[in-house]
Design a protein around this ligand. Structure first.
Ligand code: ADP
Length: 190
């Protein structure tokens, strides 16, 4: 079994960029529920139709739908030798569902990318101005940050309570600088 790593961090922390890069170095699939859901919306699948308005509002897609989507993805061959999860689990119920699906060893280490509130808001508003994703607008950004604080941040306590270390990485700096910190944190933790 290869590495089983989870990336945590608020929207705008840059975790997708770092997660993708680390996954390619480790040779494990980068499994991003946000990307999978955006693809489902683009393709107009049943799941995409259910998720579209919820995502546009900055809310969480119902746990049952996301858990089923991830379980299916983790059952694919390439995930047998490890994976890097990005954007999932996003609340304690999803974390418990993952443990139930895969067993207690589902996760080996969580890396939390840390960026302060003011910097986050500036980055997200910058991304909104560039006309990126449809959920990158001012109202939705506030909602996504609130959902992060209410639902996802508690995972920073959930995982240590379930014997999974969470290592914090300072997410302020260039992509390369942050990546060096991520790799260092991973080395220190293993
Ligand atoms: P960000 O971290 O920048 O908010 P993501 O790409 O991870 O972006 O997610 C975008 C949106 O997709 C979320 O706001 C949410 O609506 C939906 N989503 C992604 N992952 C999950 C999940 N695990 N559970 C529920 N909804 C999710």
């Amino acid at each position: 079994m290869g590495r089983r790593i989870l990336f945590l961090g608020p929207p705008g922390a840059g975790k997708g960029t770092q997660a993708k890069r680390l996954a390619s170095v480790l040779g494990v699939p980068h499994i991003s529920t946000g990307e999978m859901l955006r693809r489902a919306v683009e393709l107009g699948t049943e799941l995409g139709k259910k998720a579209e308005a919820i995502m546009a509002a900055g809310d969480l897609v119902p746990d049952g739908l996301v858990v089923a989507m991830v379980a299916e993805r983790l059952a694919e061959d390439d995930a047998r030798c490890g994976y890097l999860l990005d954007g999932f689990p996003r609340n304690a119920a999803q974390a418990a569902a993952l443990d139930a699906e895969i067993g207690e060893g589902a996760m080996e280490l969580a890396i939390s990318i840390e960026v302060g509130a003011d910097e986050l808001m500036a980055r997200l508003l910058g991304r909104a101005a560039e006309l990126g994703r449809s959920d990158d607008n001012e109202e939705t950004i506030g909602r996504r940050l609130q959902v992060y604080r209410d639902e996802t941040e508690p995972l920073l306590d959930y995982y240590p309570a379930h014997s999974v270390d969470v290592v914090g990485v300072d997410g302020v700096g260039s992509i390369d600088e942050v990546f060096v910190r991520v790799v260092t944190a991973l080395g220190d933790a293993s």
